[in-house]
Design a protein around this ligand. Structure first.
Ligand SMILES: NC(=O)c1ccc[n+]([C@@H]2O[C@H](COP(=O)([O-])OP(=O)(O)OC[C@H]3O[C@@H](n4cnc5c(N)ncnc54)[C@H](OP(=O)(O)O)[C@@H]3O)[C@@H](O)[C@H]2O)c1
Length: 212
């Protein structure tokens, strides 16, 4: 299956590094265009290609790796989804500017983020509205991305959680996670598993298990 990545920042670039280590092909894209990715492509090697957002979004599995506030701008106007798989790697957080004024009401200020209040909605439910007709699976969002290029550690495989409402789409994403060297663990539906693994408050978020 072809793989596209929208966003080449901390999450997108580290996914590219992880995929490249296993020779998994992917097209990675960014708002600034493919030319801006020359140094990443030189670093990771030939399995990863730089493309436009439209090219990445035409893959069988499209991983969304943009900040929460960018999802609408990044996903509007892309080719019809027609049942293709969208992997939601986002978390509903705002990244604070380094010079942001102190906010004593923000318990996450020390981490440089602020939770975005989605009311009673789960984040992938909202993201799904921007990719009509896609089968959405939540994955790659619950760990510090700096560990992603090292799926195999301490004699075992790093656990990556995934959740979704379409069994076949989940099976395909699970295969991708395992092919990249991780140990894929199904957390159930988006409503249950998505909430459990979503930063900042999901009880399994940032949990870094190793399957021995
Ligand atoms: N950082 C972490 O440890 C971590 C862990 C788990 C999950 N996440 C989640 O992953 C997502 C991305 O976080 P990040 O840390 O990777 O952010 P980041 O480093 O700021 O990267 C964001 C990327 O999105 C691209 N982008 C923004 N708007 C776009 C658009 N309209 N079209 C195409 N690309 C666009 C940016 O492209 P330009 O640079 O060209 O603007 C950039 O490559 C967030 O939802 C975050 O919550 C992050």
């Amino acid at each position: 299956m072809s793989i596209g990545i929208i966003g080449s920042g901390a999450l997108g670039s580290n996914l590219a590094r992880a995929f490249a280590k296993k020779g998994i092909s992917a097209i990675i894209s960014t708002r600034r265009g493919p030319e801006s990715l020359a140094s990443l492509i030189a670093e990771v090697g030939p399995s990863i290609k730089a493309g436009t957002v439209e090219e990445a979004a035409s893959a069988d599995i499209v991983i969304v790796a943009v900040r929460w506030e960018s999802i609408e701008e990044a996903l509007i106007g892309l080719p019809a989804w027609n049942g293709r798989i969208v992997v939601d790697g986002t978390n509903p957080v705002e990244f604070l500017a380094p010079d942001a004024p102190e906010d004593p009401t923000n318990p996450l200020a020390a981490y440089g983020i602020k939770a975005i209040d989605l009311g009673d909605k789960q984040s992938s439910e909202i993201l799904s509205t921007y990719v009509p007709g896609a089968r959405v699976v939540k994955a790659f969002n619950h760990l510090d991305v700096n560990v992603l290029p090292e799926p195999e550690v301490s004699g075992g495989q790093r656990v990556l959680f995934y959740s979704g409402d379409d069994a076949e789409a989940k099976a395909d994403v699970s295969k991708l996670i395992n092919a990249a060297g991780f140990f894929a663990v199904d957390l159930g539906s988006l409503e249950v598993g998505g909430r459990l693994a979503s930063l900042p408050f999901g009880s399994l978020s940032a949990t870094n298990f190793i399957k021995i």
